[in-house]
Design a protein around this ligand. Sequence first.
Ligand code: CO
Length: 213
Amino acid sequence: MVESIRKLLENNEHWVNEMIAEDPEYFSRRNDNQTPSFLWIGCSDNKFQPNEVTGTDAGELVVHRNIANLVVQADMNVLSVIGYAVEILKVRHVIICGHYGCNGVRTAMQTSDHGFLDNWLRAVRELQGYYWNDLKMLKGEERENKLVELNVREQVYNLGKTSIIQNAWKKSNHPYLHGWVHDPNTGRILSQTGMIHSDMSLKEVCKFETGTI
Ligand code: CO
């Protein structure tokens, strides 16, 4: 165990030396690069990195990740990141990106006890209950994928209803909100919501408007 963690620090040393050998200015340039234009709210267990799938540099995205890419109204962590990105950095776009094969969503669909984690995933579980009449027609992976998509739409709605986004929209029509799903099997990102920049367009993803129950 000690050896394996030591390996990470050795790798870091090699990486630093390689980067400097290639470009002596690499670190100084990375540190004073442009202001980010995007906030990315993604899932902790996605095996692909946001910069990797969007072809962006680390400095272009502000990244926040949690299990099942949730925007929970009482989560000071996510609200602080959204506030920082929108009010201080003035990002033009906020992306919520879920992914197929999400362990968080899969866990929320199971009835077994997962201890403390069940508190966090309750919102996903309740969303499944809300759409159950539709979801029960689907089986296995198809049902899971559908809930991943519905969850992204729900989180975009939650995001749009935060005081931070509401206040930003009173001043201008920025930032634009986007709900995406990343498919790890194809590498592709699939849009779920289009661009949302007002309460009117937010209404289109609200489950009370679109729901079947
Ligand atoms: Co996930």
